[in-house]
Design a protein around this ligand. Sequence first.
Ligand SMILES: *Cc1c(COP(=O)(O)O)cnc(C)c1O
Length: 407
Amino acid sequence: MTLEDAQRLDEADPLAFARERFSLPEGKIYLDGNSLGALPAATPERLADVAGRQWGEDLIASWNAHGWIDWPARIAAKLAPIVGARPSELLIADSTSVCLFKLLAAAVQARPGRTAILTERGNFPTDLYVAQGLADMLGLQVHAVERSRVADAITNDTAAVMLTHVDYRSGTCHDMAAINRAAHAAGALTVWDLSHSAGALAVNLAGDGSDLAIGCGYKYLNGGPGAPAFLFVAEHLQTELRSPIQGWMGHAEPFAFDDGYRPVEGIGRFLSGTPSILALAALEAGLDSFEGIAMADLQAKSQCLFQIFVNAVEARCGDQVRLASPRDPAARGSHLCFAHPHGYAVMQALIARGVVGDFRAPDLMRFGFAPLYNRYEEVWRAAEILGDILDRHEWDQPRFHQRARVT
Ligand SMILES: *Cc1c(COP(=O)(O)O)cnc(C)c1O
């Protein structure tokens, strides 16, 4: 493939128009939308309106006048086509870590007598830490097994199977429907973390029979740094399950100011406290950038970007780097890792040349493809620049070995 071939693919790309929905800096090839999504062009004005006009002028009346109180559910409804769920099964709330704690706690408490939370070794750290903290609190065990052994490790003692759909390092994707079936056959509930899938893959929570799920708002959903997270509770579980954080926003009548807690019917009981309105406004602009776009088309573009990048890197760099992600499109998400013994320094050299990915210890250079805004030409050029850096040992400079706090 040549640069001209890649440019022809961009010209023929039916999703090319979506890039106009984003403000991307000139001269940068941004391949880190799986970690922090790009800024939607509409976000600054939306934030200025909510802060300046709504908050500034209408003040507290905005809770009713602008419907702020309903935003966690109203904005969550825009996620329904993105993750394959009913609007009434989704809510925007808290952070990913906190949403995970809430749903995992609700799941294990709905399975009294069972003592294990089953997960995968090498799962995203916050997921493992949250599970361990909850297990310590309730006297349960976290059972972490190799990915290939998860389905077989589900037993009658498993309360919940907690997995990340797309692995944050390798990009390997679990078969959601198969794990759900195996868990249900043993009477366990599933809790999925969609942080690296929502907004890049055609996720089908309801169709695949998932029980519970959570995910990030600031990755492929473009909600802005530290955006609130989302949670999903399958409709048939909403009456049975209880949030461990019994906040007033999940009460049947918060403004009755009762001393006793009575959870509201439906998904609303998984709210805790007052929603973060400015952050919700930014997240809504992020979700609006998906308007009119079918997730199957996005996933198809993601797979094509992935393939072109892999082909170009392998053609240009040979065996200087090793693909640490599945080649099978059905087995992976929308990012990949190439391993290199000096991956950190090579990534810093790439960033200095305007190609932005990130680094995951011990030796992985991670590149994400956000099919809403990445172009074929960009991934082709990124491979070319990587090859150049490796050929010329450009990464081997003291400034590129200096570890920053966030990698
Ligand atoms: C990014 C990510 C998180 C982040 O959790 P926060 O609470 O938003 O910091 C959690 N889980 C997975 C799998 C992630 O990729």
